[in-house]
Design a protein around this ligand. Structure first.
Ligand code: SF4
Ligand code: SF4
Length: 253
């Protein structure tokens, strides 16, 4: 017993003390800073190299819903028109807000990206249970979502947990590009969650199909019937991205 207590004391408090101000590693690829004035005439290597078609060059813009944050466009852009910052609070309640155009400052993006509604805060601000469905992903997103509940990120301290049954959930977190085989199971899970419920798309695959967008094996018709309430970009999203996006969404300071 005393040995256990000593061990516990030695481990100390391991959770990140303030998840709202924590920084990812300096190499983390976050919000893109675009400056079209540095683009050379007829220069399109960034568009050509992008594996997901996330880049538009005329005018210059990057769609964070498609971007897998590989950094290749920054590498091939000799003029410095594309730079990725370390800013990671890139969740959004609007799909259109994820299309970042030249000159958009991170602060301006943040002001409009997540609309925190009073009724969402009232319903889920102190407790939010989520059912996660991997609908044809590579397991990268799922691993990062599992990390959200580990001792370091400790998402449970905010009352946010993943639960095993949709019957116990307030919302669904979708990862993966939604394969044909997973589409019915995803819809069944969605229907099994009681109202009111929220829908979160985590990762480029769930938001846009990501690198699998052109595959004939996908069935994304579910989004004709259900609306996504929160988009969390990344490939996969870092736990800090996921947790901070959720906290903003449910209106937690
Ligand atoms: S970082 Fe994003 S926009 Fe740039 S090449 Fe990779 S996927 Fe495309
Ligand atoms: S978004 Fe990236 S990490 Fe997530 S399932 Fe798709 S390929 Fe894997």
């Amino acid at each position: 017993m005393f040995d256990l207590l000593k061990l516990r004391k030695r481990h100390g408090y391991q959770a990140i003390p303030d998840i709202r101000t924590a920084s990812p590693v300096s190499t983390h690829t976050g919000f893109p800073v675009l400056d079209a004035s540095k683009c050379k005439e007829d220069c399109i290597p960034c568009k050509d190299i992008c594996p997901t078609g996330a880049i538009r060059v005329d005018p210059l813009a990057i769609d964070l819903g498609k971007c897998i944050f590989c950094g290749e466009c920054e590498r091939v852009c000799n003029g410095g028109a594309i730079k990725f910052s370390n800013e990671y609070k890139i969740g959004s309640t609007e799909r259109e807000s994820l299309i970042i155009s030249s000159g958009t400052a991170f602060e301006n993006f943040r002001q409009t990206a997540i609309e925190s509604k009073r009724e969402i805060h009232k319903l889920f601000g102190r407790s939010l249970k989520l059912r996660q469905v991997s609908a044809g992903g590579c397991n990268g997103c799922e691993m990062e979502l599992a990390a959200c509940s580990n001792v370091n990120f400790d998402m449970g301290r905010f009352g946010i947990d993943f639960v095993a049954s949709p019957r116990h959930a307030d919302g669904i977190v979708i990862t993966g590009a939604i394969s044909r085989n997973m589409a019915p199971a995803l819809m069944d899970t969605y229907k099994s969650i009681g109202e009111p419920k929220i829908v979160i798309a985590a990762g480029a695959c769930a938001i846009s199909g990501g690198v699998f967008a052109e595959s004939e094996e996908l069935n994304r018709n579910i989004f004709d019937k259900i609306k996504i309430d929160l988009f969390i970009p990344g490939c996969p999203p870092h736990p800090l991205v996921f947790i901070n996006s959720l906290l903003d969404f449910i209106g937690r300071k």
